[in-house]
Design a binder for this molecule. Sequence first.
Ligand code: SF4
Length: 355
Amino acid sequence: MELLSLNRQELRKYMESLGYEPFRADQILKWVYKKFTTDFSSMSDVPKKLREELPKLLSVHCLEPLGRVPAPDAVKYMFRTRDGHLVETVLIKERDHLTLCVSSQVGCAVGCTFCATAVDGLRRNLEVHEILDQFLQVQRDTSERIRNVVFMGMGEPLANYENVKRASEIMVSPWGLDLSKRRITISTSGLIRQLEKMASDRVMKELNLAVSLNAPSQELRERIMPIAKTNPLKELMRVLVNFPLSRYRRITLEYVLIKDLNDGPEHARELVRLIGKYRKRFKVNLIPYNPDPVLPYERPTLDRVYEFQKVLWKANLSALVRFSKGADVFGACGQLRNRSVVKFKPHGQESEVGR
Ligand code: SF4
């Protein structure tokens, strides 16, 4: 059985079923999620007999670490699932904290035309324990505590709704990773039905929400993101405008700027017309496109990026230019797609290896 897929109540029941006191579950969870110790034999306050039994009953790590690619501002990790799929996770070094960009699926079915992950299509959803193990393995390889998680890696998190929800619940639980709900971000391409579900979910509605908009009109959005055909922009805006937000919280609209496609001042003006009325609900992240060798798109000049931003600013919209960290290791937005890596052993020593 996979330990990381169990919540506290389930593990307590399981301990009881084995003839142990339920509080043994709390001891184990403390080792795993607070001390990041995943070797049962080191769990010194757990009875010796149970410590010896546990490896035969439960497994903690389900992902095999294959390697990592370090860069000045990010580290891309690569893992293999038990059934042989490759999963990528990126640790981003911000000025004063670390953010972990986790994958929720192997590949992605959404098919955004600018995205390298989409090239191979969807293989499968990641399970709860496969999502959480990305965190544990990277945390064990990192001396500083990771306090921010973004579901912006491979896959559309809302297309794997139940597993992402359960993993998020464990991330925010006091007995789990105990992260703040405000420090977990769900980044979606804008799946309307799932957004409606999220809006009425006790835990999910409290998480940060980022929506990949990428175009100010239905016609252009359909060209860049085919998913817009079944999730029309007008309907998406209706859901976002009604999404429950507590005070001071805003929805982030991600806008990847692609040269000569969606980066003109006319597009910026159209974006103002689309969201200007609701400016207090949204902030816009303008992300200059990260060119990828397998895709035909280019990054606009910086002048053009700042011209776009100025149009939004003039309309009093909050708009930041964000350069995706880790672009030089292909770990930036829309670039996760299993490339060469440097092998890593947890806690250190690297050696060169190809994929
Ligand atoms: S940008 Fe996100 S939603 Fe779009 S294809 Fe890539 S991984 Fe999927």
